[in-house]
Design a protein around this ligand. Structure first.
Ligand code: GRF
Length: 216
């Protein structure tokens, strides 16, 4: 099996990137790409000997020009899969359409609930008792593409956005690593009518079992 060529896109801390870099997956990390030159994710990539590329979004007057240049740089690395891991941008429709079925994103909520920002606080404000994280295929709609896999966590009395984020992060890492593994092994794909797992359509998101393996 040829290792899947994976590019990770990150704007900040890069803990999800590091989880992928540390995991023993059948992939080749071909680059870490950031829209923020100060992102810690870039330092992490260099520490892991992975090419780190930053294009400063602030230096561009319009989104489309930035997105075109940024994704052209990404394409030069010839990735099979883009993993958006804390990549805090809304991407131009035409640009992201070129990666249809080849880009996934980790989002800290049980989609379709709470697309966008401040997801932990919004779950608390809504008095939800269950919260979680999702990995989905990326489409032009913000956090709106087909959901591949989810993890759930209980919201406890006294939880704050910070405490929820802290408990949710290691679960995000496990979910993202397992999903990248599933794509790399050809088990997960985007079909014409939604997500396919081992060739069969999914009617609900995959979950992690006790051994951190994805199950339907
Ligand atoms: C994660 O919570 C991810 O779900 C959200 O941004 C955060 C990124 O964290 N979209 P990190 O940069 O991977 O540490």
């Amino acid at each position: 099996m040829r290792p899947l060529r994976v590019a990770v896109l990150a704007s900040g801390r890069g803990s999800n990137f590091e989880a992928i870099a540390k995991a023993n997956l059948p992939i080749e990390l071909v680059g870490l790409f950031s829209d923020k030159p100060s992102a810690r994710a870039l330092e992490l990539a260099r520490a892991y000997d992975i090419p780190a590329v930053a294009l400063d979004a602030k230096k561009y007057t319009d989104r489309k020009t930035f997105d075109r240049e940024f994704f052209a740089r990404v394409a030069e690395a010839k990735p099979d899969l883009l993993v958006l891991a804390g990549f805090m941008r809304v991407i131009d429709d035409g640009v992201i359409a070129q990666w249809h079925g080849r880009a996934i994103n980790i989002h800290p909520s049980l989609l379709p609930k709470y697309t966008g920002l401040r997801t932990h606080q919004r779950a608390i404000d809504a008095r939800d008792v269950v919260h979680g994280a999702s990995v989905h295929f990326v489409t032009a709609e913000l956090d709106g593409g087909p959901v591949i896999a989810q993890v759930e966590l209980d919201i406890r009395d006294g939880d704050t956005a910070e405490s929820l984020a802290e408990r949710s992060l290691p679960m995000e890492h496990r979910l993202l690593v397992a999903t990248v593994d599933g794509v790399a092994r050809g088990r997960i794909a985007l079909g014409a009518h939604g997500v396919l797992f081992d060739g069969a359509p999914l009617n609900r998101p995959l979950r992690l079992d006790a051994e951190r393996k994805l199950v339907a």
